[in-house]
Each structure stands twice: as structure tokens, then as C-alpha cells.
Design a protein around this ligand. Structure first.
Ligand code: AMP
Ligand code: ZN
Length: 136
């Protein structure tokens, strides 16, 4: 299902034009308008899901297969040195458009970008507590 007021629904389904790199029955892959690096692209499912939690399993699986395919083609064509897949869920995680998307970010030596975090220093006890919280 498409969502009427969703810009990525409109782009994915071709109602708003975009620089599309790939399309099939489930997805459109477009160039990001605010790229982190040259070639930064987005995988957009044509069906609306706000985020990973809402994405049907079948589309979730297909997303990673497509990400691998695009990363392989883009690495060859752009001659990039590395590749990040980034996928944000929720405003706290940096999601600004509430339609599931996966970022395809080619990386180049000295491209000046940082897709990093400040590493914490948890104790063994803290790690054990977190493990319990998630698994029990
Ligand atoms: P996120 O922060 O994970 O929600 O990423 C949203 C991404 O969508 C950002 O990288 C934006 O630059 C990009 N973006 C927003 N609107 C458009 C648009 N109309 N066409 C292409 N990319 C867009
Ligand atoms: Zn949508």
C-alpha cells in the first residue's frame, strides 16, 4: 500500500521524478539529493513501511540482496574504496523521512566523511546485564 502524503512513496512509484539507478517490481533505487559522498543512493521499497519494524520479512530479505547487487555494481563503476550500508529507524536514530530506506554510501580514501560512533567502555558486568535484558 502507498501512503498519500509520503514523498518516498511518490518517488518510489514514479509519481515524482528522481535520478533512478535501478527499478524492479518492488523497489526503486535513487540518488540521494544530499549525498554524503559521490554516488550516495537510497533503496526505496514501492510499498509503504515507515521503518524496519513495519517492513514485511520478504521485502527485508530482498532489500539486502539488492543492496549487495547495487554495492557490487557501484563499486565497479565508481571505483570506490569501500562501502557503507546505513539504515536509520526513528528520529532518535537520525531518520528524517518516515518511509523505510537503506542508504548505499560509496566510500573513498580521504573522503572526509565519518559514519562512526564514540566507543563506550562497558564493564563485563554491564555487558552481562545488557545481554540478559535482550535475551531473557
Ligand atoms: P534518513 O536521515 O535516514 O531519513 O535519510 C533521508 C535521506 O533522504 C537523506 O540523506 C536526504 O538527503 C534524502 N532525501 C530527502 N528527500 C529526498 C528527495 N526528494 N530525493 C532524494 N533524496 C532525498
Ligand atoms: Zn511511503
Amino acid at each position: 500500500m502507498k501512503k498519500d502524503d509520503c514523498i518516498f512513496c511518490k518517488i518510489a512509484n514514479g509519481e515524482i521524478s528522481s535520478k533512478a539507478l535501478y527499478e524492479d517490481e518492488d523497489f526503486r533505487v535513487i540518488l540521494d539529493l544530499g549525498p554524503a559522498t559521490k554516488g550516495h543512493a537510497l533503496i526505496l521499497p514501492k510499498e509503504h513501511a515507515a521503518n524496519l519494524y513495519e517492513l514485511p520479512d520478504e521485502l527485508a530479505a530482498k532489500t539486502l540482496v539488492l543492496a549487495k547487487k547495487m554495492a557490487t555494481i557501484m563499486t565497479e563503476k565508481l571505483q570506490c574504496d569501500g562501502f557503507n550500508l546505513v539504515q536509520n529507524n526513528g528520529e532518535a536514530a537520525g531518520q528524517t523521512v518516515q518511509h523505510f530506506h537503506m542508504h548505499l554510501i560509496p566510500r573513498y580514501e580521504n573522503d572526509g566523511q565519518k559514519i562512526n560512533w564514540i566507543p563506550g567502555e562497558p564493564s563485563q558486568e554491564e555487558l552481562e546485564e545488557i545481554k540478559k535484558q535482550i535475551t531473557e
